[in-house]
Design a binder for this molecule. Structure first.
Ligand code: FMN
Length: 247
């Protein structure tokens, strides 16, 4: 097994970090990795915002309702960015309608996710810990205001990184057979039976995020998490439209 795969198979989210700072040189290298990510039609429809002001980080942690976000040594927010390409068109006297359509939005969203994951892989390969923050979307209008996001941009996810100050267990995943198929989608007859063993394994896992509690079985997690969906988060389409996207 090579080092990249070893590092990827060892992935675990880190939520507590030491005070040690990541050097500017390392950070720049990680940003260059993100910048080298494949991008849909090479339009590079995403951008990254490094959060350095501590009050801003604190305000974002309040949106996320995750106090540990305020303590991450580095926080990079990945956004859909069609503003840049729209401006490039405008400066040439062309109104690029397509910069606001659903297709370019999803292209930008995918680009942003891939760049974020590329940065995460690179950071972990250097022994750094990382955490994604989807929770920054708990209050999209507030985040847009804090980051001064123009029309045709949209926040996707935050990535926190630094030197780990905790050593969580590996979080077990569903058996690969439940999510890998050949040629066509395979509807399984009895999912509960298929995940029986996984449920037991997951039930032995201690989640440091949740004050060292054992996590529920996967079947219970699915029901609990999907039942308690955040009403604000389900407004996301409205916020995407407010940013000028015609979706
Ligand atoms: C898109 C995305 C959003 C996430 N948002 C959060 C978050 O807001 N806060 C957090 O603590 N972890 C967040 N996570 C981390 C997941 O909880 C974590 O990846 C998952 O529980 C599996 O654990 P592991 O990464 O340690 O294997 C997010 C992960 C992804 C991919």
């Amino acid at each position: 097994m090579n080092e990249t795969i070893r590092s990827q198979l060892n992935h675990r989210t880190i939520r507590e970090f030491t005070q040690e700072k990541i050097s500017e040189q390392t950070l720049n290298q990680l940003l260059e990795v993100a910048n080298s990510t494949a991008s849909s039609t090479h339009l590079q429809s995403y951008s990254m915002i490094r959060i350095v002001e501590s009050e801003l980080k604190q305000a974002i942690s309040e949106i996320a309702k995750q106090e540990y976000l305020a303590r991450v040594p580095e926080l990079i927010i990945f956004i859909v960015d069609q503003y840049r390409n729209h401006q490039i068109g405008k400066e040439q006297g062309v109104d690029l309608e397509a910069t606001s359509d659903m297709n370019t939005f999803t292209q930008g969203f995918t680009d942003a996710c891939l760049a974020a994951q590329n940065l995460v892989i690179a950071a972990e390969s250097l022994g750094l810990g990382t955490v994604y923050f989807g929770s920054i979307l708990n209050d999209v209008p507030k985040l847009i205001q804090l980051l001064d996001l123009p029309q045709l941009t949209f926040p996707v996810v935050g990535v926190g990184l630094g030197f780990a100050n905790q050593s969580p267990q590996l979080k077990p995943r569903l058996p690969i057979g439940t999510k890998f198929f050949t040629d066509k989608y395979e509807k399984k007859k009895d999912y509960l039976d298929l995940i029986k063993e996984y449920d037991q394994i997951l039930n032995q896992y201690y989640d440091l995020r949740d004050t060292n509690n054992r996590v529920d079985t996967f079947r219970d997690q699915v029901v609990t998490k999907l039942r308690t969906s955040n009403p604000k988060r389900s407004q996301i389409v409205k916020h995407i439209q407010s940013q000028g996207f015609k979706i």
